[in-house]
Design a protein around this ligand. Structure first.
Ligand code: SAH
Length: 396
């Protein structure tokens, strides 16, 4: 007997708009006792077929749609075709091989809900973040293993969101030789070390690639503060753009040590970079009290809001950090400020930055709006896929 999930009228409307999620509240009935990640037919109350999806009994997102085509079968070939499509859609992005690290598969926006695949040179690093993606792990890995240039497939499913799916956190080698302790990647003129086992997410913030170029383009001769620096991405970019001096600031010693190594990898002068370990809220306040000034300030904090419920508290954090960042900028200076909280929409973020300017007693003008690099696309049917937003603000 086929496994079926009957959904409400509102749930059906969302699917007709090709939104790939069915929330638990839209489920009217479940037939055939589907297991974790198993493929189910989605039906409306009249029995009309709407899609094939992956059942996730523990999650608020009860079904994620694999396909809206009744003829398509969800099997190994399906994953091969979807992954190939994701690759071919990216083939024109960095055509001359100048970039050796790229997001190959970006979940829902590539028609593969819950699956993230990042390539770091010869290593494909994946996250199976939904019950459906997890169930098809073996098939997905066998496709990744045959991609040209890929030698190893490594799993970094040690992301907290897995718990919402009733999955435990997992990490480890899935195919090929154990990757080096650090993998070297190239991003145009920049080189970085990536720690695939211990680094954040899959190892590196590939989504900020184009925004690093923006900072590089405006860094010449500037004193740059890179707050929440991680392994120094924006700071290294600024030095490649002839910044006079860069201060990286992060709470973690380990990532700052990696920033040092990244500096050497790029052949930059060691004196040009200072790495400060500490809580950004405290260190920025101390800098302000010392009267330190910068010409460029980058603020790229971790996700302050995991959900809408945390938005108020998060807003306070974003505002505080932006007030401090602005107070450290010389007249005419540039603030590159980001939020990677999906729950925080662009208009609210802009309002918070505007409020911060009022509190800081500064006037600011938006010169540019920023988002994630194009290998992190947002499907028009899935606006939730948009999470990273940034403003380049010039302070008068
Ligand atoms: N800008 C980075 C990514 C930043 S990720 C890049 O482009 O690569 C966020 C970073 O903020 C992490 O490295 C984390 O260690 C650091 N962090 C989190 N809370 C912090 C705090 N209160 N003070 C300073 N750093 C913090």
């Amino acid at each position: 007997m086929s496994k079926e999930v009957v959904i409400s009228e509102r749930g059906a409307e969302a699917l007709e708009r090709r939104h790939p999620w069915v929330f638990s509240g839209a489920v009217r009935g479940v037939r055939g006792n589907p297991g974790m990640g198993e493929t189910v037919a989605l039906l409306d109350a009249k029995g009309r077929w709407l899609g094939w999806g992956a059942y996730s009994p523990a999650s608020q997102i009860r079904v994620r749609v694999w396909t809206f085509d009744p003829e398509e079968r969800v099997d190994g070939l399906f994953f091969e075709q979807r992954i190939q499509a994701a690759l071919s859609l990216r083939s024109g992005f960095y055509p001359n091989g100048s970039v050796t690290a790229l997001r190959l598969v970006s979940g829902e926006s590539d028609g593969l809900p819950g699956l993230i695949v990042d390539r770091y040179d010869k290593v494909a690093v994946c996250q199976f973040l939904s019950a459906g993606a997890h169930r098809w792990k073996a098939e997905i890995v066998s496709v990744l293993a045959t991609l040209p240039g890929i030698e190893s497939v490594y799993e970094r499913s040690d992301a907290e969101v897995r718990k919402k799916e009733g999955l435990c956190l997992e990490r480890g080698l899935l195919h090929g030789p154990e990757p080096e302790k650090r993998v070297e990647i190239r991003e145009g003129r920049l080189r970085f070390w990536v720690d695939i086992r211990e680094g954040h997410k899959t190892g590196f913030y590939l989504d900020q690639r184009e925004n690093r170029s923006r900072v590089m383009a405006h860094a010449s001769g500037m004193r740059v503060l890179n707050a929440f620096s991680y392994t120094g991405g924006f700071g290294i970019a600024a030095l490649a753009g002839d910044a006079a001096r860069v201060v990286n600031l992060d709470a973690s010693r380990a990532v700052l040590d990696m920033a040092e190594d990244n500096l050497r990898l790029n052949g930059a002068c060691a004196d040009a970079m200072e790495n400060v370990e500490g809580n950004a809220f405290q260190v920025l306040r101390a800098f302000r009290n010392e009267g330190r000034l910068f010409d460029v300030v980058v603020l790229d904090p971790p996700k302050f809001a995991e959900s809408r419920a945390q938005l108020n508290r998060a807003a306070r954090g974003y505002k505080d950090i932006n007030i401090l960042g602005m107070q450290l900028l010389a007249p005419g200076g540039l603030l590159f400020t980001y939020s990677c909280s999906g729950a925080m929409h662009t208009d609210l973020f802009q309002k918070i930055v505007a409020d911060a300017a009022l509190d800081a007693g500064r006037e600011g003008r938006i010169l540019r709006r920023m988002a994630a690099a194009p290998d992190h696309p947002v499907s028009l049917n899935f606006p939730e896929g948009e999470y990273l937003k940034g403003l380049m603000v010039q302070l008068v």
